[in-house]
Design a protein around this ligand. Structure first.
Ligand code: G4P
Length: 533
């Protein structure tokens, strides 16, 4: 098969949601439809993730399991589908942000009872910034949820995206009867069935077909007619280009646990979702159909066993064909590396990859060469961009508890920061280390791993910092002036970029007023900001 056909048949995406909305259930049902697993339960739920707030070993165990489910690939209707798993626990949200840099589209699961929740908003901000195409699946329609029109309005307002329903629910909760497919005017009737995986579609001859009233009764039929009339007069027709550019989200309604609406979602997804897309680098845009291989590392998974220090680096293939046992150029280290056992993961199985194509993800065994964002090529010197760091939410100062292990602590904390466990900001002079995370749990992970893997002891001291802003200035002199004036609040990230560590929003406003030549940025990659795609 030609490279072009391999690319055209691939769809690489992530499923995102607020915990409990049904991400795990939907993933599992998609795998069941795709024939990748034979029975429910093969995809581990993130139960421990959700329950535990302090038992991080339990979570690490779960993360261990999640290596296996990091990328779930299967074929359906001659399409190779790659689902990139994202952690359920909010304290690992940064992992999710990074995974979103490796997908071409996402499916967002919204609970119809709860509507748009906090975690969803954050994840969608990242999607919006990258113009990632989004399909919304409104789940749990078997429960008494919000009115579907209200839900669409809430999604539009809260997530700053236009929506277009492609299916429409008939009743909700105890009166939920099924969905009407707006595009082909067919009807899918609901029966609560955790066993059957196919929902049968009933062909009807438009909304005036007398069959409709026989099936739904008079009340629901007239409500459906009213709703559909309203949608068709108010909503714009579905425009695939707007979806592909990330401005319009098609919406489906269903119930993942009951296998309802999942097949429709999957089949539409295959039709409309983008195949692997080109990606920006520091020198040019790389297109997937270029013959030479290129890819980048978006996730690193450490082996917690101190006797086996190897890690798995997940590489998203961006162009050309990746081949086992072939030398590739690691651009940051300017070093040639070859991989004897690149791996693909699927539920409980691992398999050796001989070759892989754009959109695929391969796991590369690594003894410490990789850092998040590293680029591999066949020799061209370029670096993929668009894998930024965002401001952490919780900050602590890392203090050494054992002066005899200073070296180990230095090495350990830098490696953990390369892996993306947390962000490290260093203040000079003094080599003061500020650790930034999105959740308390990450501090426990760091403390445990420094001890377990590097033999270093540390503790954390509270600091008065609530936000990190990357800074730039109109001239180097202005930057110099500012960093001198605010020396106490300036630190450097792992790329040695200057960061302003603010104690409050007011702090930033004040500094911005005082120094208009300084710009404060939300992410580390402010140079390539937003509209580059
Ligand atoms: P997550 O990965 O987004 O965190 O959510 P997950 O799939 O684990 O689902 C969260 C809960 O919602 C689970 O219930 C799951 O069974 C339930 N659920 C998923 N889809 C639907 C649906 O369409 N309708 C209804 N009513 N419930 C749904 P749980 O009680 O937490 O776990 P379990 O005991 O059912 O496994």
């Amino acid at each position: 098969m030609s490279l072009q056909s391999e690319i055209a048949k691939r769809r690489t995406f992530g499923i995102i949601s607020h915990p409990d909305a049904g991400k795990t259930t939907l993933t599992e049902k998609l795998l069941l439809f795709g024939g990748a697993i034979q029975k429910a339960g093969a995809v581990k739920s993130n139960k421990a993730d959700k329950a535990a707030t302090s038992d991080f070993m339990e979570i690490e165990k779960q993360r261990g399991i999640s290596v296996a489910t990091s990328v779930m690939g299967f074929e359906y209707l001659n399409t190779k589908i790659n689902i990139l798993d994202t952690p359920g626990h909010k304290d690992f949200a940064e992992d999710t942000y990074r995974t979103l840099t490796a997908v071409d589209s996402v499916i967002l699961v919204v609970d119809c009872v709860k509507g748009v929740e906090e975690q969803t908003k954050k994840l969608m901000q990242v999607c919006r910034m990258r113009h990632t195409p989004v399909i919304v699946f409104v789940n749990k329609m078997d429960r008494e949820g919000k009115d579907p029109f209200d839900l669409l309005e809430e999604i539009e307002k809260e997530l700053n995206i236009s929506t277009r329903a492609l299916s429409w629910p008939i009743g909700i909760g105890s009166t939920f009867k099924g969905v009407y497919q707006l595009h082909d005017k067919s009807l899918n009737l609901f029966s609560a069935s955790k066993k059957h995986i196919a929902d049968d579609s009933i062909a009807i001859n438009g909304l005036d077909d007398p069959k409709l009233e026989e099936l739904l009764g008079e009340r629901l039929t007239s409500k459906l007619k009213e709703d559909v009339e309203l949608i068709e007069t108010v909503a714009e027709p579905f425009d695939r280009d707007l979806y592909l550019s990330g401005y319009l989200a098609p919406v489906f309604f269903g119930s993942a646990i009951n296998n309802f609406g999942v097949q429709e979602l999957l089949e539409t997804f295959i039709k409309i979702a983008p195949s692997p897309q080109g990606r920006e680098t520091d020198t040019r845009k790389v297109e997937p159909n270029e013959p030479k291989f290129s890819g980048f590392i978006f996730k690193i998974h450490a082996n917690l066993d101190p006797n086996h220090r190897d890690r798995i680096a997940f590489c998203r293939i961006c162009s050309g064909t990746f081949q086992r046992n072939t030398f590739y150029q690691h651009n940051r280290l300017n070093k040639k590396l070859k991989f004897a056992s690149p791996t693909s993961f699927m539920a409980d199985n691992k398999s050796l990859v001989e070759e892989a194509f754009p959109g695929d993800v391969v796991g590369l065994y690594d003894s410490g060469n990789f850092k998040i964002g590293d680029t591999l090529t066949e020799g061209e010197s370029l670096q993929f961009i668009g894998i930024p760091s965002f401001s952490p939410e919780i900050f602590r100062e890392l203090e050494n508890s054992d002066p005899f292990k200073t070296k180990q602590l230095e090495k350990g904390i830098h490696q953990l920061s390369d892996e993306g466990v947390a962000q490290l900001f260093v203040q000079n002079p003094g080599n003061r280390k500020i650790i930034g995370t999105v959740g308390e749990l990450q501090f426990e992970v760091i403390q445990f791993r420094l001890k377990n893997e590097y033999g270093a002891s540390c503790h954390f001291r509270p600091v008065n910092i609530s936000k990190a802003k990357w800074i730039s200035a109109t001239t180097p002199q202005e930057l110099e002036k500012f960093t001198r004036r605010y020396a106490q609040k300036i630190a450097f990230d792992k790329e040695s970029k200057p960061v302003f560590l603010a104690s409050s929003a007011w702090d930033i406003e004040y500094a911005a007023k005082e120094y208009p030549a300084i710009t404060f940025h939300e992410t580390s990659e402010w140079e390539m900001l937003v509209d580059k795609k």
